[in-house]
Write a protein that binds this ligand. Structure first.
Ligand code: 3EB
Length: 342
C-alpha cells in the first residue's frame, strides 16, 4: 500500500499494510520506529520482535495472506508491558494492544478490565487522550446470559470510562470500531493515544452513538464518529461506519445499498472535518477497512466501493460480523496525508 501521494506535509504517523510473511523478513533496524502491528488472521501466529501486535482473529477476503497493518511513528520508540497490555510510544503517539479471554468472568468484566488497564497505562505514561480504539469480540451477536455480547461489552466499556473519571459523551470519547471475530477468540482491544486531545467529530446524519436510545442496549456505546488531530501533519480517523441514519439501520436486505449509505455517512464526516479546518480529503485519499458479515458479498460491495472511490482505492476487506444483526457491511477509514489543520 503506497503512502501519501499528494502530501506536502505527511503526518508523523504512517500506516503500511503488508503480508505477515514479508514482515518476518524485515531487519531489526526497520522495526525501530514501528509503534505496533495489527495482524488479521483466523489463527494467531508467532510473536513479532518486541512490538505490540494485536492478533485479530478474522480472515482477509480478497486473497491477501495474513495482512498486517503497521503503525510507524516519527522517532525511535520506547516500549513496555503492563500485564497483558503491550505498548510502544514515540513521544507523541502511543500504540497499545491487549487480548483478554472472557471465559472465566464473562465479557462485561473482561471489557471493563481491558479498558481499565488501558486507562491506567495511558495516564501513567502521559498519553491520556485516546485517539482511536479497535475492538474485536468473538461471536459479537450471540446472546449470553440474556444479553447480546456486544451489549455486554458496551456495559463493561462504559463502566471503565466512568471508573476513571472519563466522560462518556461529547468531545472526550475516541473514534472506535467494534467488530466480530472467530468464535472462541479472546477479546482484542488495540488503540492509539496522544499527549494532546484530538477533536471528536459527530455526523449530522446520525444520532451520536453515545445518545442511542435504550432499544440498542442498556448502556450506549462510548465512541465518536471520527477524531481529528495534528501530529506533525493532519490525521483523521473515521470510526467504523455502518448503514445507520438517525439511530436506525437501513436497507437490511440490500448489501449494495448499505454500502452506498455507509459512503454517504463517510462523505458527511469528511465535510465535518473540513468545517473543522482539515484538508479537503476525498474518499480516494483514505486508507479503508471494509468488514463484511458474509464473504459472498465481496464482489457486490467491492463493485460499489470502487465505483464511488475509484479503482485505486486503498481498502482491506475483512470477514467479520457487524455489531447489529441487521448490518451486513461496515467501513472505517484513516486520512494521514497532506495539508494542515488550521
Ligand atoms: C454504529 O454506528 C455501528 O461500539 O465502538 C461503529 C463504530 C459501531 C464503533 C463501537 C460500533 C462501535 O453504531 C457500530
Amino acid at each position: 500500500m503506497q503512502p501519501c501521494h499528494s502530501s506536502a506535509r505527511p503526518a508523523a504517523l504512517t500506516l503500511e499494510t503488508a503480508p505477515a510473511a514479508e514482515l518476518a523478513a524485515r531487519p531489526a533496524s526497520w522495526w525501530a520506529g514501528v509503534l505496533g502491528v495489527a495482524r488479521y488472521a483466523a489463527q494467531p501466529r508467532v510473536a513479532l520482535p518486541d512490538v505490540p501486535c494485536a492478533e485479530v482473529q478474522v480472515d482477509a477476503l480478497d486473497g491477501s495472506a495474513e495482512p498486517c497493518e503497521v503503525w510507524r511513528g516519527a522517532r525511535r520508540a520506547d516500549a513496555g508491558r503492563v500485564g497483558a497490555l503491550h505498548w510502544r510510544a514515540d513521544g507523541d503517539v502511543l500504540f497499545a494492544a491487549q487480548t483478554l479471554h472472557d471465559d472465566e468472568h464473562g465479557l462485561e468484566a473482561a471489557s471493563r478490565a481491558a479498558y481499565e488497564s488501558l486507562f491506567a497505562t495511558l495516564d501513567a505514561l502521559g498519553y491520556p487522550h485516546l485517539l482511536r480504539v479497535w475492538n474485536h469480540i468473538g461471536e459479537i451477536n450471540a446472546e449470553q446470559d440474556g444479553l447480546e455480547r456486544y451489549r455486554s461489552f458496551n456495559i463493561g466499556r462504559q463502566n471503565a470510562f466512568l471508573a476513571h473519571g472519563r466522560g462518556v459523551a461529547g468531545g472526550s470519547v475516541p473514534a472506535a470500531s467494534a467488530l466480530g471475530a472467530q468464535a472462541g477468540a479472546a477479546l482484542a482491544v488495540y488503540a492509539l493515544a496522544l499527549r494532546e486531545a484530538p477533536r471528536a467529530l459527530e455526523n449530522p446524519r446520525q444520532t451520536s452513538a453515545y445518545h442511542y436510545p435504550a432499544q440498542y442496549g442498556p448502556r450506549a456505546p462510548t465512541f465518536s464518529r471520527a477524531a481529528l488531530t495534528d501530529i506533525g501533519g493532519p490525521a483523521l480517523f473515521i470510526s467504523g461506519t455502518a448503514s445507520i441514519v438517525g439511530h436506525r439501520s437501513l436497507h437490511a436486505d440490500d448489501v449494495a445499498e448499505q454500502t452506498r449509505e455507509v459512503l454517504r455517512n463517510i462523505e458527511a464526516l469528511l465535510q465535518q472535518a473540513r468545517a473543522q479546518g482539515a484538508p479537503a480529503w476525498q474518499l480516494r485519499d483514505l486508507d479503508c477497512k471494509v468488514y463484511l458479515r458474509h464473504a459472498a458479498d465481496l464482489d457486490r460491495v467491492r463493485h460499489v466501493f470502487r465505483q464511488a472511490v475509484g479503482t485505486d482505492a486503498r481498502a482491506l476487506y475483512l470477514h467479520a460480523d457487524i455489531c447489529r444483526a441487521d448490518l451486513q457491511v461496515e467501513i472505517e477509514a484513516a486520512a494521514l496525508c497532506g495539508g494542515q489543520v488550521s
